[in-house]
Ligand binder design. Sequence first.
Ligand SMILES: N[C@@H](CCC[C@H](N)C(=O)O)C(=O)O
Length: 281
Amino acid sequence: MNGIPFVKMHGLGNDFVVFDGRRDPAVLDLDDATAARIADRKTGVGCDQLIVIEPARDDMADAFMRIRNNDGGEVEACGNATRCVASIVMGELGRNDAIIETVVGLLDANASTNGLVTVDMGQVKLDWRDIPLAEAVDTNHIPLSLGPLSDAVGVNVGNPHAVFFVEDAEAIDIEKLGPVLEHHEMFPERANIEVCSIVGENQIRMRVWERGVGVTRACGTGACAVGVAAARRGLTGRKTEIILDGGKLTIEWLPDDHVLMTGPVATSFQGFLHSSLLGQH
Ligand SMILES: N[C@@H](CCC[C@H](N)C(=O)O)C(=O)O
C-alpha cells in the first residue's frame, strides 16, 4: 500500500490518529489545515485528536508527542492519548514503563498487569495566571455563570479546564452551553468545559465539552481536573473514580500536586493516509 501509515487508537472512546514522525518525516510539520483535514470524520480519517510521535528532545525521555485537536490547532496536553502513546513506546522498548515528552514536560507512564496504563500527568496548576484566566480571580470560585452553570473551579493540567459541579450532570445541555463557555472572554486561550456531579463516595459522573473538538466520550486531562476540583472543594478525597460517557478513569491527586491517571488503551485499526489528505496530488 502507498501512503503514510497511521494507527487508530482510543482511550474510552476519545479517539486518535497516531502517526510516527520518527519513521515518516512528512508528518513532522503538518499545519493546522492539514491536521483538520485528516481529523475530519466525513472526508478524512476522523478523530478527536491527531497525534505525532517524534524523536525525544530530552535525554530522559523515550519519545516526544505532539497533539492537535480535531480543529487542527496544537495543544499542550492529552491524557488519553498519552496512555496510548506510552503503550506503543513501552511495546517498542519491551518495558513496562516509559517517559513521554510533551510541550509542557516529561510524563512518566507505567503499565500494570491488568492491562491498564497509569500516567503521571505532572503538577496541576491552580493559580489564575497559569489557568489562564482573564481576571485575577480565586480559581476555586470562578465568577462565571451561564444558565444552570455557575461557580467553576479552574485547573490547569498542562491545558486549561473549567469544572462545574451540578446536582445532575445528565440534565445539562452541554452541546448548547459548552461552545459559549469555551469561547467566553474569561478564557483568553479558550477552555475545556467539564460538568459533573458526585454520585457516590469518591465517585464522580463527568461530561465534557473539549476545546477545539466538542463533546467527546472521555477526556483524560478533564478527568484529572475534575478529581482535583472535587477534592479542592471538599466534595471527595484525593483519589476518585471518574465516570465518563466512554467508561471509567481513576484519578489520584498526590500531596506534591502531581496527578496520576489510570485507564485503558485500545487499538482500532491501522491504515495508510492517501497523499491527497496531505495536500499532495
Ligand atoms: N482529550 C484530551 C484533551 C485534548 C486536548 C483538549 N481538547 C484541549 O484543547 O486542551 C485528554 O484526554 O486529555
